[in-house]
Design a protein around this ligand. Structure first.
Ligand code: PEP
Length: 250
């Protein structure tokens, strides 16, 4: 099964519009590769400017979150139709920072995922264990529960539209990275979980990204693993050279 590779940059709450446009243009000036998707996820304020900056290039643009309602009295929230209206094609859902700091639960992941699919946005659903959970041997159980909860009710036809991102919480923004073997082991677990919950075809066609302190120096080893289909990059996506360095490692 030849799955596509994706390198996605999660810019989190960084960059003003001018900075975002400069970075987006530098990434878009990098090489396009067959079978490789390059995605930038800026903050909401910069979305439209970034969409314009990369227009006509191989680079796609996504949001970092979306609300499950299309509109309403939900101060500071952004909906699927709003993301579509600025030209976003993808959306990140259930990032660990949303779970940790903003009360994201499996239920809200499920609701946001349904909204993304309803509006034709390609979702990237994040899962991952904390350091304490890993150290107490709960990694598989935590992932199984996040997957079961977040993907509850999804059909196989819907699941193949979803990209998953395995992001061990202990590796995000810490400089610690899962070893190639640790990451591959969890990705294989997730793929086996998908095969059991859906079927082999779904399991083999779903993209599973790795995220957690990916940098040019460690990207090649991670991306060489058979069940790792790309990277969700935080810190190293904020600089054009390092993000392009990761793309070059694919
Ligand atoms: C992330 O925020 O999704 C992430 C993986 O961050 P970092 O690459 O900085 O660890």
């Amino acid at each position: 099964m030849n799955r596509r590779i994706m390198v996605a940059g999660n810019w989190k709450m960084y960059k003003t519009i001018d900075q975002a446009v400069a970075l987006a243009k530098a990434v878009a000036a990098g090489p396009a590769r067959q079978g490789l998707d390059v995605l930038l996820c800026p903050n909401f304020v910069c979305l439209e400017a970034v969409v314009r900056a990369v227009a006509g290039s191989h680079v796609q643009v996504g949001g970092q979150n979306l609300h499950w309602q299309d509109e309403g009295a939900f101060t500071a929230e952004i909906s699927g139709p709003m993301l579509r209206s600025v030209g976003a094609s993808h959306v990140i859902i259930g990032h660990s920072e949303r779970r940790q700091f903003f009360g994201e639960t499996e239920k809200t992941v499920r609701l946001r995922l349904a909204a993304a699919l309803r509006h034709g946005l390609k979702p990237i659903v994040c899962v991952g264990e904390t350091q304490a959970e890993r150290e107490s041997g709960q990694t598989d159980d935590v992932l199984a529960s996040q997957l079961a909860g977040g993907l509850a009710g999804l059909s196989a036809a819907e699941m193949v539209k979803v990209t998953l991102a395995y992001e061990p919480v202990w590796a995000i923004g810490t400089g610690l990275t899962a070893s190639d073997e640790q990451a591959q082991q969890v990705h294989a677990f997730i793929r086996a979980w998908l095969a059991a919950r859906f079927d082999n075809q779904v399991a083999n066609s779903c993209g599973i990204l790795y995220g957690g302190s990916v940098k040019p120096a460690n990207a090649a080893g991670l991306l060489r693993q058979k069940d790792i289909d790309g990277a969700l990059v935080g810190g190293a996506s904020l600089d054009a050279d390092s993000f392009l360095g990761i793309i070059a490692a694919v």
